[in-house]
Ligand binder design. Structure first.
Ligand code: SF4
Ligand code: SF4
Length: 216
């Protein structure tokens, strides 16, 4: 299926969190209560008011004393969404996939609080969260209203470095391969694109550790 894709070049991310804030602003989500727990990452995880989060993680490195990875995380809009498979067993078509490939949680999701843990566990990245305000599981909806109007997602529009890109499948896959080749050349053959056959959010990383979540 064609449609829209994200391409995230983590080697270009400076952790400005413009994407995270643009999402908050566009969705009119309030700030999440948080605290300092030993990282600049803030808040600790995605939640009912945070659909995109820049994860920070630090690792020892051979070349330098330490490397610092940044990973802007949100729903990957899976091509065969495990969350939808799970929810279809509880309430058929409460999750739909639109013409652009956005995985959308509909109003039919309301009231499934008892199943919220199982729905979260069905996602390989534990993305969806229960929203007390909306009384349903919530997550990134690919800014479907903006996309239908021919606009980029709010998060991609805000990215100043070319780390977070959004567009047609062919364009994003082409960009991903071009950047992979450039990164491999620059970093001595290191670099891979994650989950190429499974998701609409393609991540380019240079180290296996870059995809790991920080220890809270
Ligand atoms: S990333 Fe998780 S929440 Fe998003 S479509 Fe895939 S399974 Fe569902
Ligand atoms: S696509 Fe829209 S809803 Fe999803 S993370 Fe980006 S700004 Fe938020």
């Amino acid at each position: 299926m064609a449609g829209k894709f994200f391409f995230i070049d983590t080697t270009r991310c400076t952790a400005c969190r413009g994407c995270q804030i643009a999402c908050k602003q566009y969705k009119k989500h309030s700030a999440s209560k948080t605290k300092q727990y030993g990282s600049y990452q803030n808040p600790l995880d995605l939640d009912g008011n945070t659909f995109r989060l820049v994860r920070f993680s630090e690792h020892p490195s051979k070349e330098n004393s330490m490397v610092w990875y940044f990973f802007t995380e949100a729903c990957r809009h899976c091509l065969k969404p495990p969350c939808k498979k799970k929810v279809d067993q509880i309430k058929k078509d409460a999750i739909i996939v639109n013409e652009f490939g956005a995985v959308l949680y509909t109003e039919k999701m309301k009231g499934l609080e008892k199943s919220s843990k199982a729905i979260k566990q069905a996602c390989p990245w534990s993305i969806p969260n229960w929203s007390k305000e909306e009384k349903q599981m919530v997550k990134c909806n690919m800014c479907y209203d903006r996309v239908e109007a021919g606009l980029p997602t709010a998060c991609a529009k805000a990215c100043p470095t070319g780390a977070l890109n959004f567009g047609d499948e062919a364009d994003m896959k082409k960009l991903a391969q071009e950047r992979l080749a450039a990164v491999k050349k620059k970093f001595g053959g290191r670099g891979e694109i994650l989950d190429l056959e499974d998701v609409r959010a393609l991540y380019l990383i240079i180290d296996e550790q870059a995809k790991y979540r920080p220890v809270a």
